[in-house]
Design a protein around this ligand. Structure first.
Ligand code: ATP
Ligand code: MN
Ligand code: MN
Length: 374
């Protein structure tokens, strides 16, 4: 730490998984600017640039004091020319011209709006943008054939673009636990994703489900879905079967192979509750009373022996996960996924029953979920 001396440098470890990153930090102006450029790069499918901006933002999230002078950043990792010039611009002018121009650009605004539709990725949105589609009415007029997911995304657009609260996540947790408990008693349901990291709101709610007797969890998703459907809790769901085998090679990919369900829940709203969305207002004016809202929910089922890896992999943040895998590969000659950890030198899988054991295998200090907000 510095003692007021300008030449003193704060030394920060290179990989985000070596650092403790809490939700609140001192440099939101800078991290928001860099995150917007990262988002823009993602929307342009420029993965390399996106990761560079994400890493730069993560460095500033971990920086211990408000930035007032770029010289404070000496000794800090992952700050390239481009990110530094954005930071410098903000320090000198209060904002970055590039960031503000991006924020206002027609392409960025339209791409954000279109990718906010559930089931629409950057590739599809870019194609639509190319064809002159900028918003939902234009999408409708274009007569484009939408997938089942996209149809649900359009139908529930207002609800799904409104963030989910912690209270709503807990209510959904109770519904999921009841359904899982009815189909497979003593199965365990764990809240993962951003809410496990302590976030107060999220874009969806993520649950990891397992059973202490390995094998009992197989085929659970269709049963749970049937239970939820019978109680009118589902507006949309798409199930995927487990496709993981150790023979499928070294497990270093970001996508995992668990049995899972991407869904949209129909969440009952408390009686007499305040209306949430524009759809509510419309419904209320019509004299109808909406008693539910749509919420994105991810359900993932894993075998008990993979639970620690799945828990670590589904807790995030996305950058923290990416950095863990990069550390494993570059520093340990290991391959980490949400299924397993493989040691390429010893040519064997390293077992773990807890997240702590995985960090230990990787020679990393344990970082709790609330400090994985890179
Ligand atoms: P938000 O509040 O926006 O939902 P989040 O951190 O929960 O934030 P998610 O997109 O829900 O973000 O992802 C949660 C975690 O699950 C992340 O760590 C991500 O790496 C992991 N994840 C998401 N989708 C997949 C997938 N298809 N395969 C493997 N892991 C995934
Ligand atoms: Mn989530
Ligand atoms: Mn999710």
């Amino acid at each position: 730490a510095s003692s007021g001396d300008e030449t003193a440098t704060f030394s920060m470890p290179i990989y985000a998984c070596q650092r403790r990153t809490t939700l609140d930090h001192r440099n939101a102006v800078f991290t928001e600017a860099l995150s917007l450029l990262a988002e823009n790069a993602e929307l342009s499918q420029d993965e390399g640039r996106a990761v560079a901006f994400r890493r730069a933002a993560a460095t500033l999230k971990a920086f211990p004091e408000p930035l007032t002078d770029a010289r404070q950043l000496r000794g800090c990792p992952c700050l390239g020319q481009h990110s530094l010039s954005v930071i410098q611009d903000i320090l000198e002018n209060g904002s970055s011209r590039e960031v503000e121009a991006t924020r206002r650009s027609e392409r960025f605004k339209a791409m954000k709006l279109l990718t906010a539709i559930f089931g629409v990725g950057a590739k599809t949105a870019a194609q639509w943008f190319q064809e002159g589609i900028r918003n939902l009415p234009q999408l409708h007029q274009s007569g484009r054939v939408l997938t089942r997911a996209q149809q649900a995304g359009v139908a529930h657009y207002d609800d799904l673009t409104q963030s989910v609260t912690r209270a709503e996540a807990d209510t959904i947790g109770q519904i999921v636990e009841e359904a899982v408990g009815a189909k497979l008693p003593s199965a365990r349901v764990t809240l993962v994703g951003g809410f496990r990291r302590g976030k107060l709101s999220g874009h969806d709610v993520d649950f990891l489900i397992t059973h202490p007797e390995e094998g009992r969890e197989e085929g659970l998703i269709p049963k749970v879905v049937a239970h939820l459907e019978a109680r009118d809790f589902l507006l949309y769901h798409k199930n995927n079967r487990n496709s993981y085998t150790e023979a499928s090679g070294t497990p270093a990919s970001t996508m995992d192979h668990f049995e899972r369900c991407f869904s949209i829940f129909k969440l009952p709203m408390p009686e007499g509750g305040e209306p949430h969305s524009r759809q509510d207002d419309v419904a209320l004016r019509r004299g109808e009373c909406r008693r539910w809202r749509a919420v994105r929910v991810d359900l993932v089922v894993c075998p008990f022996s993979q639970f620690a890896f799945a828990l670590l992999g589904w807790t995030g943040s996305k950058l923290f996960e990416r950095e863990l895998r990069r550390w494993a590969t570059q520093q340990k000659n290991m391959s980490l996924s949400s299924h397993a950890l493989y040691d390429n030198k010893q040519r064997k899988y390293l077992k773990a029953a807890t997240e702590e054991e995985i960090f230990a295998h990787l020679s990393l200090e344990y970082i709790p979920p609330s400090e994985r907000n890179a």
